[in-house]
Structure formats: C-alpha cells, structure tokens
Write a protein of this length. Sequence first.
Length: 398
Amino acid sequence: MGVVYDQQTMDGICERLRALVQDSFQKHLYSSAIFFADKLVSLKQEPDEIYTLAECYFKNREYRRVLHLLRKHTSITCSDERLQLLVVQSFMECKDWDECLRYLEDNWPSDDGAADPKMTSIFALLRGKVYEAMENQENALQWYKRAAQLDGYCHEALDRLVGNHLLTLDEEVALLKGIRLHEQDEWLRHLYAAKLAAARSSSENPLQEIQEIGSSAAAGTGVKRERRRSLRQAGGEAADSLTSSGYPAGMLPPALAENGHALAAQSTRYFYQGDFESCYLVSKKVLEEDPYHLATLPVHIASLVMLNMTSVVFYVAHQLVNHYPSTAVAWFTAGCYYFMIKKFEHARRFFHKALSFDTNFAPGWIAYGHAFAQHDESDQALAAYRTASRLFPGSQLP
C-alpha cells in the first residue's frame, strides 16, 4: 500500500527540507543545500523557496544556473527585489556587462520616489560598478554618488568615490557632508573623512572650513621633523603615540581609533607628508593584527620602498602572490621588488599585470609611470601619469 501524501504530510516534508537547507547553508555545504533546495522548489514553487535555491547556486558560484532558474520563473522574479538583485549580481560575475546594464535599465530605470531607498542604493551601486567595468567613468561616478546619497551606510559606494579619489577634494567634502546618518553614527562620517585628511596631508578635520593646503603643509614641516627625531629615539614603541594623535582619533569611539581602517588613513597621511618612517610604523601595526588587510598594504609597501627595505618587500610579495594571486596589490608588490633591484622591465610587466586585475588601482598607474621613467621612456611615463591624474582627480600624487 502506497504512502498517502496529504497536505499535512507535505507541509511536514517541506518544513524538514527547509531545516536541512538552512543547516547545510550555515555550514557552507552548498552542494548539499542545493540538493535539498531543489526538491523544495519542486514541491513548492514559492518566492522564498526559489530565492533559497538561487542563493545556494550563487554561493556555489553557479551563476549561469542562477540566471536559468530565474528566467524559468520570470513572473516571480519581476515582483521580488531579492531575485532581481541576484540576476544583476550573476550577470556581473559572468562579466556580461551589456546584458546586465540592459536588465538594470529595464527593471530599475529611475530611483525617483523609491519606496526602499536602501535597496535602490544597492542597485545604483551595482549600476555604477557596471559602468566602471565598461570604462564609462562619468556615468559610474553619477551612480556611485546617487548610491551614497540614498544610503549613507553604503560603504562600497563611498569607498569607490573617496578611497579611490574619483572626485576632487572639494567634491568629496560636499558628498560626505551631505550623507544622512543616524545622530549616534556621526563617528562613521569622520571615519569616511579620514581618507580626505590623508589626501590633504593634514591632521585637521577636513569637513570643517577648508584652509589653504600649502600653509598647513608648511606649518607641519617642523612637527614632522620633530616626530622623526622622536621615532629614532623611541623605536617601535612610537607607533602607539602616532596612532593616538591627529584626525580622526578624537572623533571616534576609543576602541575604533585603533581599528585598521582608521590607522590605514593615518599611515596614508604620514606618507603624503613624506614621513615614511611614521607611515611604516603605523601600517606595520595594522598588519601585525591582520597581515592581509588589503586597504593598508599599498601604503605599507610604498613606505618600504621609500625606506629601501628590499628584503621585506620580497617576503611580502611572495606571501601575497601565493595567497592573493587575483588581487592588484599582490602583483604591484612584486613589481615594487623588481623596481627596487633595478630590473625595470620585469617591474613594468608586474605593474601591468596589477592593472589588468584592477584598472582603477592608483598606485599601480603611478608605479607604472615610474618604471617607464627609469628607462628614459618619457612618452609612456607621461601617458601613465596622465591616466592616473584623469582617473583619480582627488589624489595629489599624479
């Protein structure tokens, strides 16, 4: 006699399948999660079940399978923002930029009167990333700015704009002043603005009235000399005093003043001031806590180059190429090593490889120009510097 699958029995099966999917998913056993989620969709073709299966495919890097599933259930996908988000992200993972942009334009043509600003901000961010991948910098900037305006907590949009110096300094200040945050989260505005202080070579709050950069830099010369003298006297212990001084330390909760992102901004400021020893000590402190803190590595490597610490650069390059071979900073570090030992052709090759992974990696363009300059190839060097200046108008280095 066959088993009778009445409604109560089917509901029980579905409930147990959901529990199995959730358990497998939380343990990162995505193949198992896919197996059970597929059965759940066969039994119950509801938006939540389809989303679960699509998310399992996505986590398992089966992006074409995500797209095929959601095309099969177009009517459900069109009414569910979570599923639309997975469609866009899957197109992006497949690097199908034209199709991705077409889908965004058809389904999210405008953000006027958006019911959910946070979700709209995410789609604006993704549209900016698509335009950036298509080398349409002007449109990318507009959509990144729109994402930040819609949601002040959209860190990735702000990091693209401020961290990559895609705006002028005045535009960056205006953007950060305008983002909307909870009154108890004002510290976050200052953490974002720390990168502006670094670019201005200033320890002052860049969100206050803008002063002449030249006068503040001149005033800081004596301080820098005194700091170098104290570093030579105090050695490595000087890092603690360095990290507790200057913006944004006084504006953050005490524990966050020692956070890697705050310290990365401080070390960058020291580098822009030409104080490579302080830069090295602060960035070293970050990397002792987190050896693969990618936001800190470029300025740390730059300080090692300026301090002529060739053996350390070789070691770091070896570690990064082994563990992060698909990141720009790994090949940038390898290029820096060959630059230091005056093998400039090898250096150019590695800097070019770094830029192939991230065309908006500012240190790579500047180093690329330096490598050409060392061979008296001035035309190529100037082309690299011009590219850096065009892509990163908020940075003073190009």
